[in-house]
Ligand binder design. Structure first.
Ligand code: HEM
Length: 512
């Protein structure tokens, strides 16, 4: 009977939008998908792209009904030719099919990052937040990567210009560009992967081969150097050494030692790849939000003043007494989600939902952006308003403003690094707001520069590195210089009370 049911509504897709059809969007897909929701009056949009069935899900309800309640058949991943085969990122378990091999990876990851163990990393996260405060003027983007590198490999990154960070930056650009399903034509038409790279029109292949060299270095470089240290008997404790030591200890008992080593290697590389840019993207949105909304910053500052004694920086123990800071973290995740479309979930059986047929082998794309900007659930969605989360009881009774946990995806493939991410975001926001006022940029003539709300496309979105960020760093650098040459009065008169606070706190974190 299912065979007779219609598939959900959606546009007719044709190559490059010819022959009365529309082209698949290759950038900013979440906006087109949200438009299609209005055009077809449905939360489910069905597309057939070169015989690849695709289901776009635009509402939380449908995502929960399918990806969570029926997760037994919606938890695999589609075949990703560009990312896996051309670029060589086949070691990431984010893209593995839902089978026993994948489950071993997820179980190992879970063992080190579930809700009750992430506290063990809080001292390390706090230390890196302090380093960020010191470095804010020069290398603000290294904190999130430094956290995962230290947890996974025990590698302490250099304050600036670290080789591991540079390698991750370059390799992750490849993951992000190929991350949204369907960005590259070869995902729909796998035979294209065999096209010679020199042919005109094979730009994807040339880009892919470049990314392949980087992915292989990302996979091997840190792992090999830490393994060598372990064999020499002088490793720093880390997730990797803990797992390898247990493997070596139990090796005679365990068969499959090679496979187990491969799982460890995959898990640490996946954490390295998945754990830094996502968190950093949210933190950059935080900086933008603070420049645009000084009143939010002032309110946060007042809360920090009330709760955190003047002689120290905030710590995780203050969390329950700093609810507004927590709301800012949630609002950053909602206002500008760093992953707008969850990684594709792949259906392994034909299903029926609300009178529609969802064929086996459908790639389901959850439009997280549309869900977090749905005015029914988040009134005035484009407004950055942390207060929306303050009264959880009232929100629940009105069925609005739920904490945006869906920013981390759905069901059995939900982001397993979310507890670590939330901790990093929280401590960085609390520490930065306690130490700096993030102000509007000033151009060379001393005029304030209006920041632009512009983001890149791709799997992980970035606020476009425009003048506003540059000027924030520049302003902070200038302050550092003034502070270090002891021009204290200057700072105080020009910047008002917060600068005085800055001096105390910067001295404080420098001594940590
Ligand atoms: C703001 C920070 C982050 C956001 C917004 C985010 C978001 C997401 C999303 C949307 C997914 C796909 C979920 C789905 O398919 O339904 C995902 C998967 C994943 N994330 Fe995150 N993530 C963040 C931070 C992290 C961190 C810090 C780590 C590692 C420590 C991490 C590791 C992973 C892994 C391993 C997966 C793949 C899970 C699987 O396929 O089973 N993420 N993340």
């Amino acid at each position: 009977r299912r065979k007779e049911l219609p598939t959900p509504p959606g546009p007719r897709i044709s190559l490059f939008g010819l022959w009365n059809g529309v082209a698949m969007p290759s950038s900013f897909q979440w906006l087109t998908y949200a438009e299609w929701r209005k055009t077809y009056g449905s939360d489910l949009i069905f597309l057939n792209v070169l015989r690849n069935p695709i289901l776009v899900i635009n509402s939380v309800q449908v995502a929960q009904d399918l990806l969570e309640k029926r997760s037994a058949i919606y938890s695999s991943r589609p075949i990703r030719v560009m990312q896996k085969d051309v670029m060589g990122f086949n070691f990431l378990f984010t893209g593995m099919e839902y089978d026993a091999w994948y489950k071993e990876h997820r179980t190992m990851f879970h063992h080190h990052f579930h809700r009750n163990v992430v506290q063990r990393y809080q001292a390390l996260q706090q230390r890196h937040a302090n380093t960020l405060l010191r470095n804010l003027a020069h290398t603000p983007n290294e904190t999130t990567a430094a956290v995962v590198l230290e947890i996974c490999y025990g590698i302490h990154v250099a304050d600036a210009g670290d080789e591991y960070i540079a390698l991750a930056d370059q390799a992750l650009a490849g993951i992000s560009s190929s991350g949204n399903f369907g960005t590259f034509f070869v995902d729909y038409f796998p035979l294209l992967q065999y096209m010679p790279a020199w042919l005109p029109g094979a730009k994807f292949k040339r880009e892919g081969l470049k990314a392949r060299r980087l992915s292989s270095r990302l996979f091997n470089y840190a792992f090999d150097s830490v393994k060598q240290k372990l064999e020499e008997g002088c490793p720093e404790p880390s997730l990797m050494t803990m797992e390898l030591e247990s493997l070596f200890r139990d090796a005679p008992k365990k068969s499959r030692a090679e496979e187990r080593e491969r799982i460890i290697k995959d898990v640490v590389a996946t954490t390295y790849a998945a754990g830094s840019d996502t968190t950093l993207s949210t933190l950059l949105s935080f900086f933008l939000a603070m420049v645009l909304h000084p009143q939010v910053q002032a309110k946060a500052w007042a809360e920090l003043e009330r709760v955190v004694p003047k002689d120290r920086l905030p710590c995780f123990g203050d969390r329950d007494r700093l609810p507004y800071i927590t709301c800012i973290a949630w609002e950053c995740l909602r206002w500008q989600p760093s992953v707008n479309i969850a990684l594709g979930h792949y259906s392994t059986e034909t299903d029926e939902y609300k009178g529609y047929r969802i064929p086996k082998g459908t790639t389901c794309l959850a439009n997280i952006w549309a869900m977090l900007h749905d005015p029914m659930h988040y009134p005035d969605p484009s407004k950055f308003d942390p207060d929306r989360f303050m009264d959880a009881k009232l929100n629940q009774s009105r069925n609005i403003n739920a904490n945006p946990e869906i920013a981390f995806g759905f069901g059995r493939r939900i982001c397993p690094g979310r507890f670590l991410a939330l901790d990093t975001i929280w401590i960085v926001i609390a520490s930065t707001l306690c130490s700096y006022r993030i102000c509007e940029a000033v151009d060379i003539r001393g005029k304030e520069v209006e920041p632009r709300l512009e983001y890149t496309t791709g799997l992980i979105r970035w606020v476009i590195p425009c003048d506003f960020l540059f000027f924030i760093w520049l302003n902070l650098a200038a302050l550092h210089v003034r502070l270090s040459i002891g021009s204290f009065r200057d700072v105080k008169t020009q910047r008002s009370w917060w600068s005085l606070r800055l001096v105390q706190k910067v001295d404080l974190c420098a001594s940590m």
